[in-house]
Design a protein around this ligand. Structure first.
Ligand code: MIC
Ligand code: SF4
Length: 652
């Protein structure tokens, strides 16, 4: 039988286990990526495990924490720069651009495997690379030369036919797909695109689609590598890295979804989930207070030239504020050359630096009850920095049309306002400029590099091996779709990513500001903290701090209806038990402050038991829980987490 693209790549890279769907396998990693918000912890872990040099093509980006209120960010940048020099990592300096956009331009390679400490790493799937978002500790181990372990995913084929109508773009395609797949229930799957419609999409457009595949919860999304890919890589000066890649005609898929591009309309994800999708027409006319264009989803040359074309000769509506963050320095240089930047500036847009900024609630927070229309990928409550604002996710076309009218506007209506559609073509040559990368030193010069650590950088705390019995209390009970932004908010606290004791004081702050206080009190009294979650617990970002900081506060177990892939791995990596309710109705009965006992859990893990009996002492009721751990994960939990497990030499 023929093979799909993902099967071809996985089978080429498997170094441990049997490559069979549903089984855990270890794969060789060609490239790794970190950004500064996840990178500091990743490199501290890399150092703590005693590795001496990186064995992947490793790129460290500085793009998240660039606000620099206080000394912390700048100190972290210096740490990242010195650690990169010491171990042979490529550093992308602040201002060079958002990690996923720059990776796509400069490093992504069809047929390669990339893991990145950021959930939108699959952006590189637009070029035909198998790219997976993971926790920092997994990246650290891969950089040290270890395989990356994952469950061999089932594969959904999305067959694209037709061609997008004018004013409809890649963002509308992925929002349409999100309306079909939703943000839950897709763990264990990967998406592969095929069909004639693929040819009509440029690489940055494909990357918009693979980027937001992360919101469905799939492991990765990938496009074939074809003539478009070849053209893009040639213009990026990387033709030698191009290889053709497509599925065999008789490849088998676990699910098939057909999408006719010609039928897609402008779409919008309404508050507070990327899965809450409607057509723009349905909510057109809603008054808007803010527009933010950019982020790793929609900040390419084509996106911004489209915005420039719409805004040309016009001024942003006086009732809103408009901000634009280009995805990379290359994008800025190119839109400047084509006079797009001038149109954007003249329209009154505030030009932000090439960084994550508004997307992570790090700046440009909307006002009280404000409606913010954005081109980024997540609109979880409060993520933008303002709890009671409403964020709508749209395409650059819809955002620009809305910027003119001040109300959510279907960009197809622009024609009525005298704005003609213009196809934005990729220029014949790209502005390639590598001057903002710091490339590795020759090995003999690395020894003398001293790693700088500012006072905000604290060692990574380690967990202990589990006790025979977990005796604890439900410190918090949260609802379905609790995201890592709820568990471990970013925004103003991002600067504490390298200071776990400080960052941990904000765990669950958006839901229960007293969580930390209660958790620390329990910890002091030797009572284990237990988190109870609903469906898709831990969806969203890859931030391992959503496991690391709870671990520091004495969380020993999460019991949920379902747990998202990256977060499940992060929990295991930090020695927290990822337990599932066998009977979801037990979720309804359990309450905050209930005392729970999970007897003989250590033995159960050693024996590889999947069914665990726990007791709700407060309710005098037995609950059956499920514990799905691979053999390797059992060993990791028994060691107290991946850090001690790797440092013991087991994973080297
Ligand atoms: C995000 O979009 O939430 C982030 C910030 O890029 C995160 C990583 C992080 O929390 O640092 C992600 O998506 O993984
Ligand atoms: Fe940065 Fe936003 Fe992309 Fe995350 S989703 S990498 S915060 S731009």
């Amino acid at each position: 039988m023929g093979k799909s693209i993902i099967e071809k790549i996985i089978e080429n890279h498997t170094v441990d286990g049997i490559p069979k769907k549903g089984e855990e396998i270890g794969i060789h990693i060609d490239q790794t990526l970190t950004q500064d918000a996840t990178g500091t912890a990743t490199y501290l872990e890399f150092e703590a495990m005693g590795f001496k040099k990186v064995k992947t093509e490793a790129i460290s980006y500085i793009d998240h924490n660039t606000v620099q209120v206080g000394f912390e960010n700048a100190d972290d940048h210096r740490y990242l720069q010195t650690v990169a020099k010491k171990y042979g990592i490529i550093l992308s300096r602040p201002g060079n651009g958002i990690c996923h956009q720059v990776q796509l331009e400069q490093f992504a390679k069809p047929g390669n495997v990339l893991i990145g400490a950021d959930s939108h790493t699959p952006t590189a799937g637009g070029i035909g690379e198998m790219a997976i978002g993971v926790g920092g500790l997994d990246v650290a181990v891969a950089m040290g030369g270890g395989p990356f372990y994952l469950t061999y995913p089932k594969i959904i084929k999305i067959e694209l036919t037709g061609k997008l109508q004018h004013w409809v773009s890649a963002k509308d395609v992925i929002l349409k797909i999100l309306s079909v797949l939703t943000t839950k229930g897709n763990v264990g799957y990967a998406i592969e695109y095929s069909g004639d419609g693929v040819k009509t999409l440029t690489i940055p457009e494909r990357a918009t689609i693979t980027n937001m595949g992360a919101e469905t919860g799939v492991t990765t999304s990938i496009f074939p590598s074809d003539e478009q890919t070849h053209d893009f890589m040639k213009k990026q000066g990387r033709e030698k890295d191009w290889i053709p890649l497509e599925a065999d005609p008789d490849a088998h898929y676990d699910k098939i979804i057909k999408i006719n591009l010609s039928e897609i309309e402008p779409m919008v994800a309404c508050p507070d989930s990327p899965g809450n999708v409607k057509t723009v027409k349905e909510i057109a006319g809603l008054k808007v207070d803010q527009i933010a264009i950019g982020s790793c989803t929609n900040s390419s040359y084509k996106d911004l030239m489209t915005v420039a074309h719409i805004l040309k000769g016009r001024t942003a509506n006086e009732n809103l504020e408009l901000g634009i963050a280009p995805g990379s320095r290359q994008v800025i240089e190119m839109i400047e050359k084509e006079k797009g930047l001038a149109s954007i500036i003249k329209a009154g847009a505030r030009i932000f630096e090439s960084a994550c900024g508004f997307c992570i609630g790090n700046s440009f927070a909307p006002g009280t009850d404000a409606v913010s229309v954005r081109t980024n990928n997540r609109n979880f409550k409060g993520r933008c920095g303002t709890k009671n604002s409403k964020v709508y996710l749209v395409s650059p076309e819809t955002a620009a049309a809305t910027a003119i009218t001040g109300k959510i506007t279907d960009p197809r209506d622009l024609e009525k306002m005298g704005i003609k559609y213009e196809e934005i073509k990729m220029p014949e040559t790209f502005e390639i400029d590598n001057s903002m990368f710091i490339f590795p030193l020759p090995e003999e010069e690395r020894e003398k590099i001293e790693i700088f650590k500012g006072p905000n950088i604290k060692p990574i705390p380690k967990n202990e091996p589990p006790q025979e019995t977990v005796k604890g209390t439900v410190t918090i009970k949260v609802e379905d779709k609790t995201t890592t932004d709820h568990i471990m908010p970013a925004g103003p606290y991002l600067k504490y990513r390298s200071n776990v004791p400080e960052y941990a004081t904000h765990v669950f702050e958006p839901i229960d500001p007293h969580f930390t206080e209660h958790a620390l009190k329990n910890k002091e009294h030797g009572i284990a903290n237990i988190i109870v979650g609903g469906e898709s617990y831990g969806q969203g970002s890859s931030r391992e701090h959503a496991a690391l900081c709870p671990m520091y506060l004495g969380v020993k177990a999460v019991i949920a209806k379902t747990i998202e892939r990256i977060h499940q791995a992060n929990l295991v990596n930090f020695g927290i038990l990822p337990l599932l309710f066998d009977n979801p109705s037990d979720y309804d009965e359990i309450e905050q402050s209930d005392s729970i006992e999970i007897a003989n859990i250590k033995k159960a893990i050693e024996n590889g038991e999947k069914e665990i009996k726990a007791k709700n002492i407060t309710k005098d009721k037995e609950i059956t829980l499920k514990l799905y751990l691979s053999d390797r994960q059992q060993k990791i939990i028994l060691a107290g987490g991946l850090l001690p497990f790797t440092a013991q030499g087991d994973a080297k």
